[in-house]
Design a protein around this ligand. Sequence first.
Ligand SMILES: Nc1nc2c(c(=O)[nH]1)N[C@H]1C(S)=C(S)[C@@H](COP(=O)(O)O)O[C@H]1N2
Ligand SMILES: [Mo]
Length: 562
Amino acid sequence: MGIPSTSRSERFQRGFIAGLLAGILASGIMLLLSLVTGGISLPEALGSAIAIKLPLPIFNYLHEHLGGDAKEYLFYIILIGQCLIFALCGGLCNLLIDRLHVSYVHMRDEQGDLPYRVGVGLAFVLWLFSGLIFLPLTGSGVFGAGLTTSVTTTMINLAVTGLAYGLIFILLHNWLAWQALKRITQSGTETAAVLETKRNERRSFIRGGLIAIGLGTLGVAAWRFIVGTGGSSTADPALESNLVKGYQQKISPPPTPNYDTGTFPQIQGLSPEVTPNEEYYRVSKNFLSDPTVNGTTWKLTVDGLVSKPYTITYSDLANFPTQTQYESMMCISNEVGGEYMSNAKWEGIRLKDILQRAGTINPGSTKVVLYAADNYSDSIHLSKALEDTTMMALHMNGQALPSEHGYPARLLVPGIYGMKHVKWITHIQVVNTDYQGYWQQNGWSDAAPIKMTSRIDTPLDGAQIGAGKPSYIAGVAFSGNLGISQVDVSTDGGKSWQVATLKRPLSALTWVLWELSWTPKAGHQEIVVHAVDMQGNVQDPTLAEPIPNGSSGYHTITVTAI
Ligand SMILES: Nc1nc2c(c(=O)[nH]1)N[C@H]1C(S)=C(S)[C@@H](COP(=O)(O)O)O[C@H]1N2
Ligand SMILES: [Mo]
């Protein structure tokens, strides 16, 4: 009784099919593990590496045509790729074993079966490859060490995935081999007996496999439970879970906002949703005094690379259509948890309309420069200048613009830090150069997109609060023009997180008020907050100083409950 002769291509095919099916199952297990244990899965690692390295024009193109879905598509494409690689591994493994003539007899028994130790070996090779080569190549470090996620979790997850793949592969492969054997020896009674014993062996293996998978799942759940409830972790847990979450969120759909049902509570210490003009943050370069512009003599000049430059007075502005919008602003020099962030209702004229009045804009124009009465200037890109929400504001919360906020006219450019919101505008100029403004000449970012941020307004850092008394943790979260879809709050320094309730924002350009009901236990508590935007990006946990691109990191406070 010998091996039924099979061709190389037949063996490759058998390995490929077994590898593909095993790969699909193993990929499912991998994703499940990354969800349950918070570890990173390989498609996520690769997906975020690609998302980060993608050249900006391609990224913009994809974003324009696929929107937030682009990340999802990328994820599925990579996932399919991973299954195909698993399949290829199966096919190649099957061929390779035939090549190892010397140990041939040990690697394959008479029926053409592969012993399970081949599967374990395959799992080990894949484990080493993904941990030592693949993850470092995606920038995640050896076994995900660069993620500051627990290396052990990644090692275990990858090992479980690899073993699942290896063992399922052998199981399927042998089943396929058995089917082939059955076809070839349909008449032989002697072989029928062999088939019967093999069938029994297989049944008991399947039973064993199911029990193993069941126990494994239980084990993971139990371990998760232990780790999740007060188990101590070596790495900074806040950083760990959030960074991993950051990677996952980058390529998965954003959460549905947990908006209140019109019952957002009045909370003492929480910022008012609309900042009164007197309380609105104030920043200017002027040490001694800001300019006081006389509205009756004020003139606005629009010129540069336009066909019909013009100059108008304040009363001429009444000829333009107006637009009202809520928009929050934040200064690029705002520290994490800082006060340089406010929200107002603005009324004014679209910059687009002001430029249109100057005729046609020369082809090749790149930027629009805004000059102010205090010799301040800054520029924005022409495409940004033509957006519907970019405007010259004349009113703030229903009043003429207060002097300190730029009377008679200031720029609003949502999504970009406060410094580009030029106050006391006197002159608007279209240019074809890369004009650098006042702060840029001092080393600050020119693009200056707002970094997502979240702030705990109440309780205050260092406060003493009543233990066992129901109270609130509340604050604001802001991401420029990207919106906020979720705010997570931790009361144990980032070990565990709870989803806060959001107040439905006044517009897509404002901050979002959030709250979490809370009854503190006695003792010191470390409260941490982070947010997720409407695209599913998670706030950056990396601590960064404001200069040159704006601060980042999670607002963290400590309170004592007695
Ligand atoms: N003309 C002029 N505009 C300016 C500035 C300035 O110094 N001069 N400061 C900018 C900065 S850094 C910020 S954060 C915002 C602050 O606007 P606010 O004082 O109305 O909050 O205005 C911007 N516009
Ligand atoms: Mo600023």
